[in-house]
Design a protein around this ligand. Structure first.
Ligand code: NAD
Length: 249
């Protein structure tokens, strides 16, 4: 692992768990000082303690709380997200609005907040944690698919505006990653259909992937660090699948 990010500062939302935690670790390993943002206080503190970073216990759906976060960072990783699975006629409108607030409005507010310092420095890296569901739809995930598709658009606009200021913006698009978010989905579907978690994994989650195993959080975090590294300056406005071939099919 290179120390490309020595002297740089990064902010990772949802940094207390799963992919965000892996990003916190990988960015710190690459030399960055990391701000760990999460609504789950103990998880944020533990992650920050582990890497010598700083925890910020913030609910990103509250713009007033979000406005307390540091704005002078070199790397912004918009990662926090949640899932809700329900058919459209039954999808709770307030849950839909909450998911757009967390997964679209908060990234917009953070990008808006962090760009001035990046522009002043002439360098910045925005990485938006999208999903295969930013590129493809699945039934029963209306809010999540809508939010990830919106994040794709936001990321491209940031790429176009940031280009002349040395700022890149990209999406990373994982398939199913072994995290608490996915463990919860596996168990919920196993309970609902009266099958084993292994059946759900093979017949539902990995059905569309060519490589029949879950992706590890560190696989995704490695790509995030690479996007911030010395060879990625020309890569912007892109969406990079880490999906075991899902979107190739
Ligand atoms: P996770 O549940 O392990 O972690 C999400 C983190 O976000 C948690 O620590 C949680 O406390 C935090 N969070 C939730 N609501 C928040 C709020 N209101 N304010 C601040 N923090 C909040 O999830 P994960 O699987 O690591 O997912 C991280 C991102 O990766 C999400 O955007 C998700 O959509 C995306 N993603 C995940 C997968 C996967 O298979 N796990 C696949 C593709 C994309």
């Amino acid at each position: 692992m290179t120390r490309d990010l020595q002297g740089r500062t990064a902010l990772v939302t949802g940094g207390g768990s799963g992919i965000g935690l892996a990003c916190v670790r990988a960015l710190a390993e690459a030399g960055a000082k990391v701000h760990v943002v999460d609504v789950a206080g103990p998880a944020a503190e533990a992650a920050a303690d582990e890497v010598g970073g700083q925890a910020h216990v913030v609910d990103l759906t509250d713009p007033a709380e979000l406005a307390t976060l540091p704005s002078d960072v070199d790397v912004l990783v918009n990662n926090a997200g949640v899932q809700h699975v329900a058919p459209l006629p039954e999808f709770p409108p307030e849950r839909f609005a909450f998911i757009q607030s967390l997964m679209v409005t908060a990234p917009f507010l953070l990008i808006r907040r962090c760009l001035p310092a990046m522009y002043a420095r002439g360098w910045g890296r925005i990485v938006n944690m999208s999903s295969v569901h930013g590129l493809r739809a699945s039934p029963y995930k209306a809010a999540y698919v809508a939010a990830k598709h919106a994040l794709e658009g936001l990321s491209k606009v940031a790429a176009l505006e940031g280009a002349e200021h040395g700022v890149t913006s990209n999406c990373v698009n994982p398939g199913y990653v072994r995290t608490p978010l996915v463990d919860g989905q596996i168990q919920a579907q196993a309970d609902e259909h009266g099958v084993t978690p292994e059946d759900v994994l093979e017949q539902v989650l990995l059905r569309r992937a060519a490589i029949k195993r879950l992706i590890e959080p560190a696989d995704v975090a490695d790509l995030v660090v690479w996007l911030c590294g010395r060879h990625a300056g020309q890569l912007t406005g892109a969406s990079l699948p880490v999906d075991g071939g899902w979107t190739a099919g």
